[in-house]
Design a protein around this ligand. Sequence first.
Ligand code: CO
Length: 134
Amino acid sequence: MKNVEHIGIAVKELEAAEKLFSSLFQTNPYKRETVESEGVSTLFFQINQTKIELLQSIADDGVIARFIEKKGEGFHHIAFEVEDIVAEMARLKKEGFTLLSETPKPGADNKLVCFLHPKATNGVLIELCQGIKS
Ligand code: CO
């Protein structure tokens, strides 16, 4: 793993959260993107080296909606950039981690992603991501 790529925060109201975080960070999001396949609408902020992803569910029964129902708004996942996501997934599987998908999936912000089950990682949802070279 290379570095923390971004931190994901689950919110109920993306518009309200956008205002709040824009004011907090003194900058506007550099990207907004809906990932239909994941049932989320996202906003990305960049503060120097740090990226923050805000996620709102676009469906009542989406993963983010269910997360907020159980745990409330707030910290959702930490994403690590990897060099080769397929190789990293194979390595982690061998180490006994539970992957939430068998193959990398297209995620927000031009990335291939895979999540690790938080039950096997001390309750922390971890995302692996690899930039898609265009
Ligand atoms: Co993410």
